[in-house]
Design a protein around this ligand. Sequence first.
Ligand code: MG
Length: 174
Amino acid sequence: MIDFNNYQERAITTKIYASEIGVPYVVLGIIGEVGEFIEKFSETEDDTSNDLLTKELGDIYWYLAAFFSEVGQKMGDHIDAKEPLKYYDPVGELSEAVFNIAELTKKYLRDEYPVRMGSERFDKIKHQINQIHLVLLEMCASMDVELETILEANIAKLQSRKERGVLGGDGDTR
Ligand SMILES: [Mg+2]
């Protein structure tokens, strides 16, 4: 079983954004990375795309971990895989989840920010995050890749960029 609290602690050491923009930044990050995943998922249907897809999966989890940090929560206390999916349509499920997260975050910024997110809104976003998590677990199973392997590879990639001073910038292969 994955120790998500330990993953979150290590992931956040590669954070480079300013704290005052934390919540909107990480939510935009979740949306952007889910978009990258959908784009790559939709472009190819053969096994050669698995490497690209698993890299995007790792990026999504980084932003999910950072989101929990920005709202003062431990990832491992909230991530689960017990909520059933209504149907299995990865692109539809992921899109719906990020649209809901965007809307909930907009209302948070309007009504509560910069006070810490209240539990009611947090629970709604958490539900959407778990929907994303469930879809991604299904994707890992279908590609026969362990999520833990993906998370470790993502941490290693970011640590390497940090050591080389290239965490900022663009490009999947920097
Ligand atoms: Mg990416």
